[in-house]
Design a protein around this ligand. Structure first.
Ligand code: ADP
Ligand code: MG
Length: 380
């Protein structure tokens, strides 16, 4: 992968794809970690006296202008973080934008409008990508979280400009590659969340690398169904039971299922004794202890997906137990996935992890061994 630090950017116009898809409430940014994550790249380019043009999406405007999804509040916040004025242009292509770019001085920063106001962005349209590319001399991708998408600003644009990976993208790829290439053992993966179908690919490919996959979240009930256990009213995927069965059969006993379950009425029951009229909302205390022990002893741990309905107390205890055990583990600890990351942030543990990925879907596809379109184009 071509890296920003190898690029000749001094004094040049550099267009940088970032992920400024921040949560907004009443027009205010409630969490700016995605903005802070790309500051090293922006500050490096400013030191090199580049003229910086930032492009991003925000939310799902579906190819139409949506006033509540404009990037103006992000320009303000970025300006405060950089302690330097950030120009903002309410469009991302066209003559006004070209004029604004020509007006940039060395080390200036310009943020363009939400790319997804144009349907061409998500369609990976070459014409649209070219309109972005003509603005600049060099392209940098620092948006790992969208690099699994073949979108114009991530994929098609690289055909038109010398293209490089920014520092955030570089760090993500380095950390996630280290899990695949030379992980220290024991290597444990913890998979939770809502659906097996989202995670099946990564479970299959991780089974070849890890010593154990600890299962939690609603997906555990699909596995219980595969064992003919009663799951009552718990969430499960009927069309994935056969798949769960074959995974269990071919996993060489690496798949570890919870031994007890917390029901919606907070009762704890053994996994194979769930009542018909109740739903499972979390892994039980015995499972928490078993998982925590395994995690603390591991040399490499990857986690994706909460262990239970963590948004609702007390069903956050399984998720918190995993987060805490990982924070106490002395090995390499990596977490990916929007909900898992928000759980560790709520518990204030993010600093104790080796790496907290900024990409949920992207990190899973990467670990599955898939080629990510946005990374692939930086290699060829
Ligand atoms: P991530 O964003 O970390 O990849 P997912 O989006 O796959 O995770 O799954 C998170 C969701 O799964 C959460 O909203 C959580 O409440 C839900 N969930 C986890 N366990 C259960 C359960 N036992 N029953 C219902 N929902 C669950
Ligand atoms: Mg999620």
């Amino acid at each position: 992968m071509r890296l920003l630090k190898e690029a000749d950017v001094a004094g040049k116009i550099v267009i940088v794809r970032v992920d400024f898809n921040v949560p907004l409430k009443d027009g205010k940014i409630t969490d700016d970690k995605r903005i802070r994550a790309v500051l090293p790249t922006i500050e490096y380019l400013r030191k090199k006296k580049a003229r910086i043009v930032l492009i991003s999406h925000l939310g799902r405007p579906d190819g139409k202008v949506a006033d509540d999804l404009r990037l103006a509040p992000v320009a303000d916040r970025l300006s405060k973080l950089l302690k330097y004025p950030v120009h903002y242009e309410p469009d991302c292509i066209g003559s006004d934008v070209e004029f604004a770019v020509r007006g940039l001085h060395e080390s200036d920063v310009l943020l363009l409008e939400n790319l997804r106001f144009y349907p061409e962005e998500e369609a990976d349209d070459a014409g649209f990508a070219q309109k972005l590319a003509v603005l600049a001399e060099v392209y940098v991708n620092d948006a790992f979280a969208v690099s699994h998408r073949a979108h114009a600003s991530v994929h098609a644009i690289a055909k038109f400009l010398p293209s490089y990976a920014g520092f955030l993208l570089e760090k993500e790829v380095k950390m996630l590659s280290s899990l695949l290439k030379s992980p220290k053992h024991p290597f444990i993966a913890i998979m939770g969340g809502a659906k097996v179908s989202d995670k099946i690919g990564v479970i299959e490919s991780l089974l070849k690398k890890v010593d154990a996959v600890l299962i939690g979240g609603a997906m555990m009930f699909t596995f219980y169904k595969a064992l003919n256990y009663e799951v009552g009213k718990s969430k499960f995927e009927a069309d994935k039971i056969a798949l769960a069965k074959s995974l269990l059969k071919n996993s060489n006993k690496k798949i570890v299922l919870p031994t007890d379950v917390v029901l919606s009425d907070k009762r704890v029951v053994p996994a194979d004794k769930m009542p018909k009229n109740s739903a499972g909302f979390d892994i039980g205390p015995e499972t928490r202890a078993i998982y925590a022990e395994m995690i603390k002893e591991a040399k490499t741990v990857f986690w994706n997906g909460p262990m239970g309905l963590f948004e609702q107390k007390p069903f956050d205890r399984g998720t918190l137990a995993v987060a805490k055990a990982m924070s106490e583990c002395r090995g390499v600890t990596v977490v990916g996935g929007g909900d898992s990351v928000s759980a560790i942030e709520k518990a204030n543990l993010e600093k104790k992890f080796s790496h907290v990925s900024t990409g949920g879907g992207a990190s899973l596809e990467f670990l599955e061994g898939k080629k990510l379109p946005g990374i692939d184009v930086l290699e060829h």
